[in-house]
Design a protein around this ligand. Structure first.
Ligand SMILES: N[C@@H](Cc1ccccc1)C(=O)O
Length: 532
């Protein structure tokens, strides 16, 4: 039967000490076994593992005794053997009736430092004195010559240390503290156990079953099997679970804010765009430095996009008109704009790029909005947002990567004003805990006016740029067919920047890429821990 076997030395750190304890308990005449006496050589961890194992099976019970043990330091050992500093000074002087000079005394004691400490103490004890010619003399010895008194002193320190050497303790705590201060003695905490037989005491340790098996049921072994009790105190193994990346945590916070403010999420599943949507519809001239190879990744295969055309049979947009409008605005000017006045190239517009901003998608959404009709027969107000990846051909450093995530929002409504944009920004960023915004005039080809948004970061102690915003230009919106009194706010911020600030990261490579520490991902909190 499996249940009556004696455990072989197990891997629980207890070895065969548990068995030895059982046997020792069986033989001892007193009901209590002191671990320190029975197993003086076993280490604390070993004994603890053994008694825990036996206790969990109710074979024993135990109590722990904590006490402090005093041990001699090397110098204490020396004193215990050869006498205290003061006694050695006294002994040296006692042998020299004429007294000794300091140098002679040092020589006689054999240790300069020992002599220095010893003569000080011996003076205090009034064992020695100084003669007129500056020599040291033993007082007790002088007394001896005239009065036949005892010529010996009592070397208390030596006796105390000898007591400690044999008993590992000293009855007077003050004296012990004093010896510790003199660095003759050190103390250490000792935990020992008093062990008693438990209700299931035996000389063999039964194997405990952890599971009730089919085999035990058929053989009947379950009737006598010892089952291991549940350990409700066990903390359990570390849970290896998936965790949201910090960027995703901040992303979901932004999404929540957008949704609660009535925004609709734009589809952002196309990383590749034509120059038309990424630049031309946004009134970015074809010579603009942002369209340089240094700033933009161009796709080499396929090289060119198709001209924008109906996306589905029920797409009622006339892309040809829009294409011509965009060209006209750039080349000749239209809708009150004088344009850039350069020969606009269809070929350049159809080059494929990795989108440099999600504003390419906003542009497409606004174009679609232009043909929607609200109850009043006009395009209805709309709020769109997206949070996704964009790509820029930048040199990579601690704060820049060639790709990052852009949080983008647009609000289209009638008769909007710049003040309204600032008001909105205050509310939007306020929901993220970002307050005290400052605005700086800026330039975007597609917005007028444009404003960079700054926030005072208390942790960094300075204003930091958190986003870019503006009101889309009329020559961009009217070319789409949007009514001229419909105004559109737009803004973009990176997702990385607030995430790095939130989680205290200074190098973007700790956030993205192969150097990301998974432990950091798994343990970074989902709650806001802004540093004030
Ligand atoms: N596209 C801008 C953000 C922006 C969006 C919309 C309007 C104004 C600015 C950027 O990449 O920084």
């Amino acid at each position: 039967m499996a249940s009556a076997k004696v455990s072989p030395p197990s891997g629980d750190g207890a070895g065969d000490l548990p068995l030895q304890i059982l046997h020792a308990l069986d033989k001892t005449s007193s009901p209590i076994l002191h671990s320190a006496e029975a197993f003086p050589d076993a280490g604390f961890a070993e004994i603890k593992a053994a008694v825990d194992k036996l206790k969990s099976r109710d074979m024993i019970s135990y109590e722990t005794i904590e006490r402090e043990e005093a041990l001699l330091e090397p110098e204490g050992e020396l004193v215990a053997e050869k006498g205290s500093h003061e006694a050695r000074v006294f002994e040296a002087l006692r042998a020299a009736v004429e007294g000794l000079s300091m140098q002679e005394l040092e020589k006689a004691v054999g240790d300069k430092n020992y002599t220095k400490v010893g003569q000080g103490k011996a003076f205090k004890e009034k064992w020695i004195s100084k003669t007129k010619d500056g020599k040291f003399k033993a007082v007790a010895a002088v007394t001896y010559h005239y009065h036949t008194q005892t010529d010996s002193i009592q070397d208390v320190t030596k006796e105390q240390l000898q007591t400690i050497q044999t008993t590992r303790s000293y009855p007077d705590a003050k004296i012990l503290a004093d010896l510790r201060k003199r660095k003759l003695v050190r103390t250490q905490k000792i935990i020992t156990f008093t062990i008693q037989k438990g209700p299931k005491f035996a000389l063999e340790i039964p194997e405990e079953a952890t599971d009730l098996t089919a085999e035990m049921l058929t053989s009947g072994a379950w009737k006598t099997a010892a089952f291991k009790p549940y350990n409700f105190e066990a903390l359990g193994a570390d849970q290896r679970a998936g965790a949201l990346h910090p960027l995703n945590k901040v992303r979901s916070e932004f999404r929540q804010i957008f949704f609660e403010m009535g925004f609709e999420e734009m589809a952002t599943d196309n990383f590749v765009e034509s120059g038309f949507w990424n630049f031309d519809t946004l009134f970015v001239p074809q010579q603009h430095p942002a369209r340089d190879l240094q700033d933009t990744f161009y796709v080499s295969d396929p090289k060119a996009a198709d001209k924008p055309a109906k996306e589905s049979p029920d797409d009622d947009k006339d892309y040809e008109i829009y294409w011509d409008n965009v060209k006209a605005v750039h080349q000749d000017g239209k809708y009150g704009s004088i344009g850039y006045r350069y020969p606009w190239s269809a070929e350049e517009s159809l080059r494929l790029v990795l989108r440099t901003h999600t504003t390419a998608i906003s542009s497409k959404m606004l174009y679609k909005l232009a043909s929607k009709r609200g109850p009043d027969g006009r395009p209805p107000p709309a709020r769109y947002f997206s949070i996704d990846r964009v790509f820029r051909n930048e040199s990579v450093d601690a704060t820049h990567l060639a790709e990052f995530h852009q949080v983008e929002g647009v609000i289209a409504d009638y008769d909007l004003t710049l003040g309204g944009l600032m008001e909105f920004m205050d509310i939007f960023f306020g929901k993220m805990g970002i307050t005290d915004l400052k605005y700086k005039p800026a330039y975007n080809p597609y917005t007028e006016p444009s404003m960079e948004i700054f926030s005072y970061h208390k942790g960094l102690g300075k204003l930091i740029e958190i986003g870019n915003s503006g009101m889309f230009r009329p020559e961009m919106l009217e070319a789409m067919g949007l009514p001229s009194d419909m105004k559109v706010y737009g803004w973009g911020i990176s997702l990385e920047r607030p995430t790095m600030i939130r989680f205290g990261i200074s190098n973007i490579r700790e956030l993205l890429g192969h150097k990301v520490n998974l432990n950091f991902v798994q343990t970074s909190p989902a709650v806001r821990l802004d540093k004030e």
